[in-house]
Design a protein around this ligand. Structure first.
Ligand code: PMP
Length: 296
């Protein structure tokens, strides 16, 4: 459940009980999927609740809105402040925060000026769980970047993700891995993909993916300890040659993959670069600073 009896949400300037919040059924977002959102995590650190890369997430929310011609009358700093207030009002420290910007009544396929802001937070375990994942390559492709802004976090794009995970779960897998419209590996339904091969990490470049904030963090952490990472297109054949692989995302954090299409990856997860980076990521989010970093 995403809220309890006394949970509070932020809605257009007011703090409301989550179970009393309402919205109009005529909104453009509801009908056509033209809205933007974020997924953010806060961690219980020794300095209290810290929202990891809050500014970067709200900057991406702004970017997503701009790319969809959605007005964005909020300042990033104000949104960061509201996030901390949201946590405080709900007495949450380890939480997932969900900002959503959605549009008012407009049945035309045109921009609309009426814009709403919703913020909620709840306790959410790691999205893909703690176990090594059994992944299938999806029959669904990621949306073509010439048909929409794939680097924006737009509500409607997630119909593609829902189709892919529904297919994967129906076939007994944990998660889907999607190709782009050129047949290259792109990403998971809601997480970026990394592959380890001969001591190098590879990840698909920007263009057909949502360039994740976790992906960026992982690339920076890899640099700190000298693991080479190459952003590069690769096809399905590389999946067979991979030593190890993992997904990255705010909700999933760093999620190790055990097998792809029922073929086990060669290396033990505990021996992989991904495993080391997962521990570093944990330390990073708990410190919220690179300078405290020590290798674990
Ligand atoms: N790809 C997609 C499609 C996603 O929905 C997400 C989650 N926002 C990611 C990648 C990972 O992004 P981030 O690390 O910023 O959460």
């Amino acid at each position: 459940m995403y809220y309890k009896e006394n949970s509070l949400i932020y809605l257009d300037g007011d703090w409301l009980k989550a179970n009393e919040a309402t919205t109009s059924p005529f909104g453009q977002t509801l009908h056509y999927g033209n809205g933007v959102f974020e997924g953010i995590r806060s961690y219980k650190t020794r300095n209290g609740a810290q929202v990891f890369k809050a500014k970067e997430h709200f900057e991406r929310l702004h970017y997503s809105a701009k790319s969809m011609h959605i007005p964005f009358p909020w300042k990033v700093e104000e949104l960061v402040r509201l996030s901390y207030e949201l946590l405080e009002r709900n007495e949450l420290e380890e939480a997932y925060l969900r900002p959503l910007v959605w549009l008012g009544a407009n049945m035309k396929l045109e921009p609309t000026d009426e814009v709403h802001l919703f913020l909620a937070a709840w306790e959410w375990p790691r999205y893909l769980g703690e176990q090594l994942l059994s992944v299938m390559t999806s029959s669904y492709q990621r949306p073509n970047p010439r048909s929409c802004h794939v680097d924006a976090k737009v509500t409607g794009h997630y119909t593609n993700s829902i189709l892919a995970t529904t297919e994967a779960k129906a076939k007994g897998f944990d998660e889907a891995l999607l190709f782009d419209s050129n047949g290259h590996v792109a990403e998971g339904s809601g997480a970026n993909f990394f592959l380890e091969k001969d001591g190098m990490l590879y990840t698909p470049p920007q263009g057909n993916i949502l360039p994740g904030i976790t992906r960026h963090t992982i690339m920076e952490l890899a640099k700190v300890v000298g693991f080479p990472v190459r952003e590069m297109h690769f096809g399905e054949e590389w999946l067979l040659e991979a030593d190890s692989a993992f997904f990255t995302g705010t909700a999933a954090e760093v999620a190790g993959i055990g097998s792809i299409n029922n073929i086990a990856l060669k290396m033990n997860w505990e021996d992989s670069i991904g495993h080391t980076l997962a521990a570093m990521y944990r330390q990073q989010v708990m410190d919220n600073e690179y300078k405290h970093f020590t290798l674990v």
